[in-house]
Design a protein around this ligand. Structure first.
Ligand SMILES: [Zn+2]
Length: 202
């Protein structure tokens, strides 16, 4: 492993990892995680969308939800998810700001019942990335740029071989990030082969 303070290494990959934490992300540690199963091959990036209340951007509520500090009585919608304990590894705001809640070495709680590339329980061996947004709505150019940088950074450190949406790994149950997410754009930007993406990336 290169030294954590080696500036050449940090520049070369544009990614600097320390125990699963990415230096370029703002760390906001969540208690909602656990160990991955022994031998887990972390080869999947799961793209989600979230906003709280839905459709409202820029507030602290998503960070509060993922750190179990959301005031359930502050909005009628919050009462419908009262007590929910969830997390994702990363959150990308409309501005492109990148926030990390769980070490990518650990198991975050974002996928739920799920199945992809022949394996179930995708939380075991995936990285969850939440985009601030709403199912069916578009996402910002800054978010695609941040997501591309993040996917590349993940690929430098983990054997990433698949990218899919929550809607793909939990069809019929989840709809995010939805039709407003431009999969072909992500694929073109990453220049990764088609087989790594859902069919909608064609
Ligand atoms: Zn989701």
């Amino acid at each position: 492993m290169p030294s954590a303070t080696d500036p050449a290494t940090a520049r070369r990959g544009g990614a600097h990892w320390q125990q699963g934490w990415l230096a370029e992300a703002r760390a906001c540690p969540s208690p909602n995680f656990g160990p991955r199963p022994a031998g887990a091959v972390i080869d999947l990036i799961v793209v989600h969308s979230i906003s709280l209340p839905p459709g409202t951007y820029g507030g602290p509520e998503v960070e509060q939800l993922f750190t179990n500090t959301l005031d359930w009585d502050a909005h009628p919608y919050f009462a419908t998810i009262r007590g929910l304990e969830v997390s994702a590894h990363f959150f990308i705001r409309r501005t492109g700001e990148l926030i990390q809640f769980v070490s990518a070495d650990d198991r975050a709680w974002h996928a739920g019942a799920s199945h992809w590339r022949g394996r179930s329980q995708c939380n075991d061996d995936s990285i969850g990335v939440e985009l601030e947004g709403l199912e069916g709505e578009r996402f910002e150019p800054a978010q695609y740029q941040a997501l591309v940088r993040l996917c590349r950074a993940l690929k430098t450190h983990y054997p990433i071989d698949h990218v899919a949406g929550h809607e793909h790994i939990a069809p019929g149950r989840k709809l995010d990030p939805g039709p407003g997410f431009d999969w072909p754009r992500l694929r073109r930007s990453l220049r990764w082969p088609l087989h790594r993406f859902p069919a909608s990336a064609r």
